[in-house]
Write a protein that binds this ligand. Structure first.
Ligand code: GCV
Length: 725
C-alpha cells in the first residue's frame, strides 16, 4: 500500500511538474520571492523559441557582469529545461547577446536612436538579425548596471510568458533615486516591522556577511531599487561612530555591484551625543566642521555613499528648531557637508506638534511651503503620500505641487502599520497608484503627483521615491507571502509609475506563485480588491486613524486619553450626537485651502467631495442623505459589513487555489486569511458598536448584530504587539 502511495505521488509530481512530493518537501516556502525560476510549462511554441536563445554571449568583466552571469546560469536552465551554451563570440546560431553598447553593436543593429533615449541605468532589449541571418535577443545598455536591469527584465519576460520573438524595449527609470527606508534599530528591533527582527545582524557585522544580504540586494536589483537607508529615521547616533561605519561599509560593499547605494538616517544632535560638542546648532561653525569631518570619514570608507535621511523636530526628534533655526538651515548645513562628494540630504516633511494648535493635517505644509526655494541643490524633501500618516486611505498630500522650487520625494509605507500588520492581505499597488495618478491641478489638468516627483512638471534636481520596508528576518522576508507583492510593486512603480496595479499583480503572481492562468486571474482579482476591503472594515468613507493606541493594532475609535490630542482617534472622527467626520472645510480647520482651487471647490462641498473621502473633509449628520438615497449611518454600517463579506470571499477564493500553489506558500496564506477574517469582524463590530453609541440608530435591515459587547472590545489589550515605536 505504502509503495503504491509513493509511486502515485511520484507519478503526480512528474506529471504535474511540481517540485514538492511529501510532507517534508512542501515546495517553495517564500524565500525565493519572485525570483522563483520554474520550468515554463504548457507553451511549447514559446519554449521552442526560448530554447534557441540558450546560446549566450555575455560581454564584459566586472562584479556586476559576474552577477549577470550567475543569474543567467541560475535562471535559464531551470526556465528552459536545458543547459546553455556560453560563447565568447556572437552565437553562431540564434542566441542571446548581453553587452554594453559598443560601436559594432550600434552600427550593426542601428542602436543610435534608442541609445539616445536611455540614461545610464536604462537598457534596450531587442530582437536583431545578424549578417548570417541568425536571430538574437540583444540586451544592451550604457553601463553594467543597465545590463543587470535589462537581464532581470529579460528573465521577467520569460517568467511571465511575454513573447520574445519580436521584442523592442527601450527603457529608463522615470525616477532617479528609488529607495527603501528601513525603520530598523541597531538592536534589531524594527519599528513598525512585522516580519521578525531586522535583517541586519549588526553584532556580527562587518565580518559576517549573511547570504541574506546578497539575496536582498539581488531582489532589489531585479526590480530596480537603487538605494537603501538601513537604519530607523528615529535614529541612534551610534551609527555614525567608527565601529558602526565599518559595519555599514561592509553592507555597502555587498550592495555596490547590484547598483544599490547605502544611505543613513542621522540624529540631528549627533555632534553633542558622539562628538563632545555642547550644541548641535546648525549655524555654529564647530557643528558645521563636525559634520564636514564626518562626511569625509564616511566617504573614505564608502566612496559612493548616498547621503543622509533626516527626521527632525518630529515626534520628539531633535532638529534645527531646537535652536530657533528653520528646516532649511538644518538641511543646508548637512547638504554642504555632503556636496564635495555628491551626496544628498533627504529631509522629511513628517512634522506635527500638539503645541501647535493648527489641526495636524495642515502642519507640514505650513512649516515647509514658506521655505520653498531656500534649500541647497542637493536637498530633497520627503513627503508622506497623505497629510496624516499612511492611513488605509487619505487624500494626496497638498504639499505635492506647492513647492515648485524644491524637489519633493514621495514616501510610501510598504510595511502595513495601519493595514493589518503582516496578517492582512492588502495589495498596496492600488493605493500607490491612486496617489501617483492623483491630479493635483496645480498647473492645470494632468498635474499628477507622479509628474511632480519625477520632475516632468517641476524641479528636476533630484527625483526620488522611498518605501518604508516590510522586510525582516522571517524566512519569507515579509511575514505574509503577499507582503512580497508590495515590495515588488513598489519597486516596479518606482521604476515606471505608468504601469498598472493589475499588470504588476499578474507579473508577481506568475513569478512567485503559479503560471496557471485561471489561478492568476482569480488571485489578481483578490489582490485588486484587497485594499478596498480593508478600507471598508477599518476606516470607510474617509474615516482615519481609528487604530488602537501606540501599537496601532486593531480598532480603538474610543481612545481619548493619550498625552497628545492628535494621537487620539477621537480627534480624527469627531463622532457626536449630531454626526461624524472632521470638518476640514473653510468653516472648520480649512485644510481644503491648501489644495488647488479645483479641489478646494470640490472638497468644500460634501455633494462634490469624492465619497471615499467624505468624512475626511466633512462633519455630517447621521441622517445625511448619501447619493445612494440611504442615510450616512446606514451607508457607514453597510461599508463595514461589506468589508467582512469581501474578506470571507477572499478566503474562499484562496482555498480554491490549493492545487496550483506550493503547499508551504498556500498554507501560510490560508492561516493568515483565517486571522484576517476574524480581525475584519473585530474591526466591524467594535467600530459599529462604538459609533452606534452616538448615532443611537439601529443597524440597517438584514444585518446581524455583533455577538460581543463594546465593553468587551474596549477591554482588549496587546502588550507585546510587534513593531512598537
Ligand atoms: C518612525 C508614525 C509611526 C512612527 C514613525 C513615524 C514616522 O508616527 O507610528 O513609528 O516613526 O510615523 O514616520 O516618523
Amino acid at each position: 500500500m505504502k509503495v503504491i502511495t509513493v509511486l502515485l505521488l511520484f507519478f503526480y509530481c512528474v506529471v504535474s511538474g511540481k517540485a514538492w512530493s511529501n510532507e517534508y518537501d512542501q515546495g517553495d516556502d517564500g524565500y525565493r520571492l519572485w525570483l522563483n525560476y520554474t520550468f515554463i510549462e504548457n507553451d511549447t511554441q514559446r519554449l521552442l523559441y526560448l530554447r534557441q536563445i540558450a546560446n549566450v554571449q555575455l560581454v564584459g568583466q566586472s562584479d556586476t557582469i559576474s552577477i549577470i552571469d550567475r543569474e543567467l546560469k541560475k535562471a535559464l536552465p531551470t526556465l528552459l529545461g536545458n543547459s546553455i551554451n556560453w560563447s565568447t563570440n556572437v552565437p553562431q546560431s540564434n542566441g542571446l547577446i548581453i553587452s554594453k553598447a559598443n560601436s559594432t553593436l550600434r552600427h550593426n543593429y542601428k542602436l543610435d536612436h534608442s541609445l539616445k533615449m536611455i540614461n545610464n541605468e536604462g537598457f534596450i532589449i531587442k530582437t536583431v538579425t545578424d549578417q548570417k541571418q541568425n536571430q538574437h535577443v540583444l540586451v544592451t545598455a550604457k553601463s553594467d548596471i543597465g545590463l543587470l536591469y535589462g537581464t532581470y527584465r529579460l528573465i521577467q519576460l520569460m517568467q511571465t510568458g511575454k513573447p520574445l520573438s519580436d521584442v523592442n524595449i527601450v527603457e529608463s527609470p522615470k525616477i532617479a533615486l528609488r529607495m527603501l527606508n528601513h525603520w530598523d534599530d541597531l538592536d534589531r528591533h524594527t519599528e513598525r516591522g512585522y516580519a521578525g527582527e531586522s535583517i541586519w545582524d549588526w553584532h556580527k557585522l562587518p565580518q559576517y556577511k549573511e547570504q541574506r544580504y546578497f539575496d536582498y540586494a539581488r531582489a532589489n536589483a531585479s526590480i530596480g531599487i537603487n538605494g537603501t537607508v538601513v537604519n530607523n529615521v528615529n535614529a541612534n547616533s551610534l551609527i555614525l561612530t567608527p565601529a558602526w561605519l565599518e559595519k555599514v561599509r561592509s553592507l555597502a560593499d555587498i550592495f555596490r555591484p547590484y547598483g544599490i547605494k547605502i544611505y543613513l538616517s542621522i540624529k540631528f544632535s549627533s555632534p553633542q551625543q558622539i562628538g563632545n560638542l555642547s550644541t548641535s546648532d546648525p549655524i555654529d561653525p564647530n557643528v558645521q566642521k563636525w559634520w564636514q569631518g564626518k562626511a569625509a570619514e564616511i566617504y573614505k570608507l564608502i566612496p559612493d555613499f548616498g547621503g543622509f535621511l533626516v527626521k527632525a523636530n518630529s515626534e520628539g526628534q531633535p532638529g534645527p528648531g531646537d535652536y530657533g533655526r528653520t528646516h532649511a538651515q538644518g538641511a543646508n548645513m548637512l547638504a554642504k557637508a555632503l556636496q564635495p562628494y555628491g551626496g544628498n540630504v533627504i529631509w522629511r516633511a513628517f512634522v506635527y506638534s500638539h503645541e501647535e494648535k493648527t489641526e495636524r493635517s495642515l502642519q507640514a505644509y505650513n512649516e515647509f511651503v514658506p521655505l520653498d526655494g531656500q534649500f541647497e541643490k542637493n536637498v530633497s524633501i520627503q513627503v508622506k503620500n497623505g497629510p496624516i500618516d499612511f492611513q488605509p486611505r487619505e487624500p494626496f498630500s497638498p504639499m505635492f505641487g506647492a513647492m515648485p522650487k524644491t524637489p519633493l520625494a514621495m514616501e510610501f509605507q510598504i510595511t502595513q502599520e495601519y493595514l493589518g500588520f503582516s496578517t492582512h492581505l492588502a495589495y498596496l499597488a492600488t493605493l500607490y497608484k491612486e496617489v501617483l495618478d492623483a491630479d493635483t491641478r496645480v498647473k492645470g489638468i494632468g498635474s499628477t503627483v507622479a509628474k511632480i516627483i519625477d520632475g516632468t512638471l517641476v524641479n528636476k534636481n533630484i527625483t526620488a521615491i522611498a518605501g518604508v520596508a516590510n522586510i525582516g528576518s522571517d524566512r519569507n522576508w515579509t511575514g505574509h507571502i503577499f507582503g512580497q507583492a508590495n515590495w515588488y510593486a513598489y519597486g516596479r512603480l518606482a521604476w515606471d509609475h505608468d504601469l498598472t496595479a493589475d499588470e504588476i499583480a499578474q507579473d508577481w503572481i506568475k513569478m512567485t506563485l503559479t503560471q496557471e492562468q485561471s489561478s492568476v486571474n482569480s488571485i489578481t482579482n483578490m489582490m485588486m480588491r484587497s485594499r478596498e476591503n480593508i478600507v471598508n472594515y477599518m476606516t470607510p468613507l474617509g474615516l482615519h486613524h481609528l487604530m488602537d493606541t501606540g501599537h496601532h493594532y486593531g480598532p480603538g475609535p474610543w481612545v481619548d486619553n493619550l498625552g497628545r490630542d492628535d494621537w487620539n482617534p477621537v480627534y480624527y472622527h469627531r463622532a457626536d450626537d449630531y454626526g461624524i467626520g472632521l470638518d476640514r472645510t473653510s468653516k472648520g480647520t480649512n485644510a481644503v485651502s491648501q489644495y488647488a482651487t479645483y479641489w478646494q471647490t470640490r472638497f468644500e462641498d460634501p455633494a462634490k467631495t469624492p465619497q471615499p473621502l467624505l468624512l475626511w473633509f466633512h462633519h455630517l449628520p447621521w441622517d445625511y442623505t448619501m447619493p445612494s438615497g440611504d442615510t450616512l449611518w446606514n451607508e457607514l454600517v453597510k461599508h463595514y459589513y461589506r468589508g467582512v463579506v469581501a474578506t470571507e470571499q477572499m478566503e474562499k477564493d484562496w482555498l480554491a487555489q490549493k492545487n496550483h500553489i506550493a503547499p508551504h506558500q498556500f498554507n501560510q496564506v490560508k492561516m493568515a486569511l483565517e486571522i484576517q477574517v476574524e480581525e475584519a469582524k473585530w474591526w466591524r463590530d467594535a467600530c459599529v458598536l462604538y459609533f452606534q453609541t452616538y448615532s443611537k440608530r439601529p443597524l440597517p435591515n438584514g444585518l446581524s448584530k455583533p455577538d460581543k459587547s463594546l465593553d468587551y472590545f474596549k477591554s482588549l489589550t496587546f502588550p507585546y504587539a510587534p513593531g512598537q515605536g
